[in-house]
Design a protein around this ligand. Structure first.
Ligand code: MG
Length: 471
């Protein structure tokens, strides 16, 4: 009898301690708000004088701002692929921007952030623009997300496009098309409402919410609350509404007492679409914009907040990239990495502002399509000779993008610490640096190829192909 009683006590005590330790080890919630085509210079905390972004500015004060944060390629699908898989888009095979006639998408063999976090019991959702394939087999619900509401690709791929023909633009809930050519002035609001509801519904367990806003990609739409309110025209109105969205999400975290258990990240998929003039954003001090491998295309504003864990008011000047977020989240959540090779590395020490934390990557590589155009290592960025597009000196006509001029860049080395605008080529002065970066690039060419050298990489995997049987 005595021993039965003792066993019962032991069982109760160990059950209680198990509950306690399970709760203590609850991994953090993770929220990513991903703007579309928002420039490096479009937020107050990144120097904008005309666009008001009080919520993002406060978020930066309450956490950390990265000055040298990159996306892997300066265009929508490629950039999102890198974020969600932790790989350079060339490894996964999704380049450029997919469109309604694309027959490819993310392969079932790849593992997204959502799938990685699911192994640790996360509830997962995406509200916004997907762009990793619009056929059912490629949709977010087939790649780790419990819930999805949004557009499967860009909002300008619709019948009103000024220069191209596109079919009706679908709005998807789960896997069902619920509307065609929806009123885009409501999207920022509805994505936000869905995110806030999801947070409330899942407050008792770890969750991952990804909010890739359709805005501030052209065509621009603001709700009546924001239309005509900013000093920066419609682009400013739309950006200020995205800032409102961040405020609502932060408000929901506060309301449910989740601020100290939630890492919130804000960044953009690529730089501003400069050919749209006042409907495109500003790259601030950076050279060029979307569609180029200059920093104006690939360097984006990045803010992270995790109350009580990330110290307040920090600024990180080390280079980092979206590919690093998957392994960082895996580390924070205690999840295993995908079995297939990824390119990202854990940047938790940078994110948590640990003293003397340095970038774990020797270099970051910038492809445009299959062409390796540039490599950054430390403060140096080496561009290989390539053609690039520029709108310099051209003005867009009403509602239509300005035509690009195709320009040529010679082999160029820039010292980003002293020349943020990539204006002065110092390759002749630093042949040793050029040689070191060339060598790093050659290693990458063996792995992921380089069309400029007609080289196929051995590490390129097969992209997901449309399979009509996978409805
Ligand atoms: Mg974009």
């Amino acid at each position: 009898m005595k021993s039965t009683f003792l066993v019962a006590i032991i069982l109760v005590v160990s059950a209680a301690s198990f509950c306690f330790s399970a709760d203590a080890k609850r991994p953090p919630n993770i929220v990513i708000v991903y703007a579309d085509d928002l420039g490096y210079g479009d937020l107050g905390c990144f120097g904008s004088q005309t666009i008001r972004t009080p919520n993002l500015d406060q978020m930066a004060k309450d956490g950390i701002r990265f000055t040298d944060f990159y996306v892997a390629q300066a265009v929508c699908s490629a950039s999102r692929t890198a974020l969600l898989t932790g790989c350079y888009p060339n490894r996964v095979g999704i380049l450029g921007a997919l469109n309604p006639s694309s027959k490819i998408g993310i392969s079932d063999k790849e593992m997204t952030i959502a799938q990685v976090l699911k192994t640790r019991g996360y509830a997962t959702a995406i509200y916004g623009k997907w762009h990793l394939g619009h056929h059912p087999q490629f949709l977010p619900t087939r790649h780790g997300f419990d819930d999805y509401y949004g557009l499967p690709y860009s909002n300008d791929m619709w019948p009103s496009h000024p220069t191209s023909k596109f079919p009706d633009l679908p709005l998807i809930d789960g896997e069902k098309i619920i509307e065609k050519n929806p009123d885009q002035s409501k999207l920022t609001t509805t994505y936000t409402e869905r995110a806030v509801k999801f947070i409330q519904a899942n407050k008792e367990k770890p969750f991952f919410v990804y909010v890739p806003h359709t805005m501030v990609h052209v065509p621009l739409f603001a709700s009546d609350k924001y239309k005509g309110k900013s000093k920066a025209g419609l682009y400013g109105d739309v950006t200020e509404e995205v800032d409102w969205s961040v405020g609502e999400i932060l408000g929901a975290l506060k309301k449910h007492n989740l601020e100290e258990n939630t890492l919130v990240i804000f960044t953009s998929d690529n730089g501003p679409w400069l050919s749209y003039g006042s409907h495109g954003g500003s790259a601030g001090p950076l050279r060029e914009g979307k569609g180029t491998s200059f920093d104006g295309g690939v360097r984006t504003p990045f803010i992270a907040r995790w109350k009580g864990t990330i110290p307040t008011g920090k600024v990180c000047k080390e280079p980092a990239m979206t590919i690093d977020l998957l392994p960082t989240f895996a580390s924070l959540a205690g999840a295993d990495l995908p079995k297939l090779k990824i390119d990202g590395k854990n940047i938790a020490p940078l994110l948590l502002a640990k003293e003397k934390a340095a970038s774990p990557q020797e270099a970051y590589f910038f492809y445009w399509g299959k062409e390796l155009q540039a490599v950054r290592s430390g403060k140096w960025k080496l561009h290989f000779p390539h053609d690039y597009r520029s709108v310099k000196g051209k003005t867009p006509s009403e509602g239509k993008p300005a035509p690009y001029a195709n320009l040529k860049l010679e082999l160029s080395l820039f010292d980003l610490e002293n020349d943020i605008g990539e204006a002065t080529n110092v390759a002749d002065k630093h042949p040793d640096v050029v040689a070191r970066l060339q060598k790093l690039a050659d290693t990458m060419r063996d792995d992921l190829g380089d069309s400029a050298q007609k080289k196929e990489g051995t590490g390129v995997r097969t992209v997901g192909m449309l399979d009509e049987t996978k409805k």
